[in-house]
Design a protein around this ligand. Structure first.
Ligand code: ADP
Length: 156
């Protein structure tokens, strides 16, 4: 079995994340979406809500599990029985950042590989932080996030 974890904050999940996830689920036998959190840092949405919204967004898709973890991604990957990390790349900035993380993770655990999928151009400018900013200023986020996220945030 080829199991990958797809780690990230997903605060909240966007259409860009979802695109990478759908493609990853076609490549791997299983993709575990792993919401990373830090007990000392409060995010925009509680971790349980982020998980719930990801689950609703992937309803009907095969090979996907959703969970959360704290601590080192390599430790979580090992614990989950995965030796691949799936990450998305939008642009040069993502690449610079991801290169360092990927090489660090590989130095920590030599069997761990990172597989990058390039986002579709129409999702290339979307980020969770941009979605939060638009939402906090009462703008329309429906183009950027799965329906479940839009519906949830509309009534908050
Ligand atoms: P992190 O805090 O770990 O960067 P994010 O939730 O922001 O977590 O991102 C998780 C992963 O999804 C990263 O690999 C990131 O590059 C990727 N990603 C984020 N937004 C997009 C997008 N619009 N298209 C493709 N990949 C994306």
């Amino acid at each position: 079995m080829n199991i990958a974890i797809y780690p990230g904050s997903f605060d909240p999940i966007t259409n860009g994340h979802l695109d990478i996830l759908k493609n990853g689920a076609e490549i791997f036998d299983k993709v575990i979406v792993a919401v990373s959190y830090n007990v000392n840092k409060q995010g925009f949405l509680p971790v349980e809500t982020r998980i719930d919204l990801i689950k609703k967004s992937v309803e009907g898709l095969k090979n996907i599990e959703v969970t959360s973890y704290e601590g080192l991604t390599v430790d979580y990957a090992r614990h989950a029985g995965a030796n691949v990390i799936l990450r998305g790349l939008r642009n040069q900035n993502d690449f610079e950042y991801e290169l360092q993380i990927s090489q660090t993770n590989n130095a920590l655990w030599g069997d761990l590989k990172t597989v990058f999928l390039i986002t579709k151009p129409e999702y290339g400018y979307i980020s969770s932080s941009m979605v939060r900013e638009i939402y906090l200023h009462k703008g329309d986020i429906s183009k950027f996030v799965p329906e479940a996220v839009n519906n949830y945030l509309k009534v908050q």
